[in-house]
Design a protein around this ligand. Sequence first.
Ligand code: DQA
Length: 152
Amino acid sequence: MQTLLILNGPNLNLLGTREPELYGATTLADVEKECMAHGQRLGFAVECFQSNHEGALIDKVQDAGRRFKAGELAGVVFNAGAFTHTSVALFDAISGVKPLPVIEVHISNVHAREAFRHHSYLSPAAAGIVVGFGTDGYRLAIEGLARKALAA
Ligand code: DQA
């Protein structure tokens, strides 16, 4: 059974209490539980990792690239939080492990928010993008990744 990796960046550990009007009342633990159940329904094991540290996320992306090459991992769902808008290093990490499919997720519609959230360093390297569907976006991204993996 192949694995899907769900990666969450800075401040997403605060889901449920952080600006609930923007991000909803669901906690990260609930999101991860739902991702695991949904992945399993589609025939994938699901691993989850959250970090507030850019380097830890880069290490995970690099390791995911190695595991993809080994055939263990089908892809990554990645909400990089604010690093989306700042991190050339994460863009380089995702570019450096191509063709590992990385689906960029944002809970909120970043394009309807402040101008500094309109640009993503990650989008040009992403295999797909899910924006503005609340925490359901993780499930939608898992479905997209599963379809890609089955079509490959
Ligand atoms: C976010 C959007 C980012 O702009 C923000 O910095 C986040 C969360 C989202 O899921 O909507 O931390 O990635």
